[in-house]
Design a protein around this ligand. Structure first.
Ligand code: ADE
Length: 685
């Protein structure tokens, strides 16, 4: 007797079909032939009405992951034609099958496709490209088999991911690219894709959607964005238009110039030009362009006597002008109250009053007034305004403008899901504008977080809580690092945690975290992870996934703010102009992360990994343990299955709170990346 032999045929072939994909699965053979090295091959035949009249399917049909050498007992078939009888012969083989003379053991299934999915689109062309955009057009499918609803254009950077996914250094290049793809839709067979990097190759593929579903994706097309010269070329078109329009204006200008020359008034122009050049030179301090009209921040600690600093930057208020109404909070130095301030014009304005409680030391008084000395130097609509201070009588007070909606984090938690994306982007725009002002003045905040942003009744967000070291002492989120500093770990850039390198670039990192807090309606960054785990995960390349309902463009901006190399992070001026563009072009905000960071297209695409925790443990780790029974009852019993859930599944199983849905979706995205990481590293916990 031979010790091993070929396996018997696979059993129980089953199928599941939608408009575009056919999923086949089967049970392993009864008899493995005494071996463990079983793999499966699938042979596809197209048959006529006579089952004996068959031909091989050929290359028109696609198998995912492939048609032979399958390790899992399943495969997904794509790009099949409608109204065709397909017969699939599924064979199990092992290491001795090739040596055996017995006939091959297979099970077959015949399936008739009756959905009329559209056929593939034709050739894709690049119409033009600028530094940041590419315009494409393509041929409509030969057989749409219905009305074309729209086209989906999927694209990604060829060489380097635009989204830095967690553990990206463990992924293969194609996985990188696939993970970081973006997608957009167009009703016409053409599109202009913006927000791309200059001189960079991108891969595009496009599919068409009709009521019957999607076609397969087209072949991949590779196109490159232009460099500066291409923008100049694009601009030349505009210039032509402008030039034509300007001809009339130019004639007028010539007449005016002649007038100036004749009357000698050009002297005035030359002098003014010299003055502005001088001004420009003085504005260029230490290589940094200081913007005209924007002062430089003066550190109050450079004053020997801090009370001199406070009186330089803050007005002394007579306490008789202040009416305290109620206590609204507690700060480290004393109560925070709301009240009214009578202005010199005898108008009453609402104010917030921070008080210094009695029995303080000189040092505490100095630290308390330090904030006023800093705030008093700023004048910007997105920075909390200092009305003045009371230092000559007790209690010592700092009086600032009143912000009706309090701090941004609690405001968002209270109004979970209540705002449009545009409203949220408006808030973020305000914060970035305030931060741009601060960085232009050379001020580094060090504790930018939603809890330190105040919101008024018009939803205007203003940066508050100034005072560097004092702020961190006061901040309950700040923790002591091994080097003895007190730092709000979750909001702070790695270089600031590691060696206290605080800068406007580290503020940009914190700004990314604020963006995440805003888009997740006040969720705690990194949830219940410990500070130590946050530091290690960031070091490993992990970044917060997009909150539920977050436009791709915003998550990409967050990831940009969280670049390890601080010089690669955006400047606040870049952030303001990017958000302005989004607000002017809100359709970009319609592409949500969950639309593109899709579920694996078929179970066959999912890597075969072992499970490192149970679903219940995972739910408990994200503080959603109360839903464990819902997951189990609905059949979501393994992390493998959970990783393929989408938002509809989550709603269907009874997770009704938006905040909970959001947390679970975000965590599923992280889970997928972690699973890939584990699979790549080849260890199982
Ligand atoms: N809490 C702290 N400062 C505040 C302010 N300016 N307005 C309202 N609430 C506050």
């Amino acid at each position: 007797m031979p010790c091993t032999k070929p396996p018997s045929a696979p059993r129980n072939v089953n199928f599941n079909m939608n408009e575009t994909a056919l999923y086949l699965e089967w049970s392993p053979p009864f008899d493995t032939g005494g071996r463990k090295d079983i793999i499966y091959n699938v042979l596809c035949k197209k048959c006529g009405s006579d089952p004996n009249d068959c031909e091989l399917c050929g290359g028109g049909i696609r198998f995912v992951p492939r048609h032979s050498g399958l390790q899992n007992a399943s495969v997904t078939v794509l790009d099949f034609l409608s109204h065709v009888n397909y017969t699939f012969e599924i064979e199990a083989v092992n290491g001795v099958s090739d040596l055996s003379f017995s006939p091959k053991q297979y099970t077959s299934i015949t399936i008739t496709t009756d959905q009329e999915a559209p056929t593939l689109i034709g050739m894709v062309r690049k119409d033009w490209a600028s530094q940041n955009s590419i315009a494409l057009s393509w041929q409509e499918p030969d057989y749409p088999n219905g009305i074309i609803l729209d086209y989906e254009i999927k694209y990604y950077e060829k060489a380097y991911p635009r989204i830095a996914p967690a553990f990206w250094h463990y992924l293969r290049v194609e996985e990188h690219e696939q993970l970081s793809y973006s997608s957009t839709r167009s009703k016409a067979p053409s599109v202009i894709i913006t927000g791309l990097k200059p001189s960079t190759k991108y891969i595009f593929h496009i599919r068409v959607r009709t009521a019957a579903g999607y076609s397969g994706y087209s072949n991949k097309f590779e196109f490159e964005t232009g460099d500066e010269t291409s923008d100049m070329a694009a601009e030349q078109g505009q210039i032509l238009v402008i030039a034509t329009a300007a001809v009339g204006g130019f004639t007028l200008l010539v007449i005016l110039t002649l007038f100036f020359l004749i009357t000698g008034r050009c002297q005035w122009y030359i002098k003014a030009k010299m003055k502005s050049e001088e001004k420009r030179r003085t504005n260029l301090q230490n290589g940094n362009l200081r913007l005209p009209g924007v002062k430089t921040y003066v550190d109050p600690d450079t004053y020997e006597d801090p009370s001199l600093a406070v009186h330089e930057f803050a007005k002394e208020i007579d306490p008789s002008r202040i009416r305290i109404e109620r206590v609204i909070g507690a700060g480290e130095f004393g109560e925070v109250c709301s009240g009214r301030l009578k202005t010199p014009a005898k108008k009453e304005i609402p104010v917030a009053i921070k008080t210094l409680k009695g029995g303080y030391m000189d040092r505490q008084r100095k630290d308390f007034l330090r904030e006023a000395s800093i705030m008093g130097q700023f004048d910007h609509p997105n920075i909390i305004r200092l009305e003045g201070v009371v230092t000559k009588s007790r209690p010592v007070m700092i009086v600032v403008e009143y912000m009706e909606n309090g701090s941004l984090d609690s405001f968002l938690r209270k109004h979970d899901g209540h705002f449009t994306v545009i409203q949220l982007v408006g808030m973020l725009r305000g914060i970035s504008s305030g931060m741009k002002y601060l960085s232009d003045m050379g001020y580094v905040h060090r504790d930018l977080a939603a809890r330190n942003i105040l919101v008024n009744s018009n939803l205007v967000c203003k940066v508050s809580d100034f005072g560097l070291s004092r702020v961190l002492e006061d901040d309950p989120e700040a923790a002591y690092t091994t080097t003895g500093g007190k730092i709000p770990i979750r909001w702070t850039a790695p270089e600031a945690i590691a060696y206290r390198k605080f800068s406007s670039a580290s503020d940009a990192w914190s700004y990314g975290i604020v963006m995440w807090e805003v888009m997740s309606y006040g969720e705690r960054p990194y949830w219940e992870m410990s500070n130590q785990d946050v530091i290690l995960s960031i070091e490993e390349g992990y970044r917060l996934p997009a909150p539920m309902g977050c436009p791709v463009s915003l998550h990409q901006l967050m990831l940009h703010c969280w670049q390890k190399e601080r010089n690669h992070r955006p400047k606040f001026s870049d952030i303001v102009s990017f958000l302005d563009k989004l607000i002017r072009n809100p359709s970009v905000l319609q592409i949500l992360v969950e639309d593109i960071v899709g579920m694996p297209e078929s179970p066959g695409d999912t890597p075969d990994y072992h499970f490192f925790v149970t679903v219940t443990e995972w739910l408990e780790s994200i503080k959603m343990g109360q839903y464990a029974n819902n997951f189990m009852a609905a059949g979501f019993t393994t992390l493998d299955i959970v990783s393929r859930m989408n938002i509809d599944d989550i709603r269907r199983i009874g997770v009704s709170l938006i905040g909970h849905q959001r947390r679970i979706v975000s965590s599923i995205q992280t889970l997928r990346l972690q699973m890939m990481h584990i699979q790549e590293k080849g260890f199982h916990v």
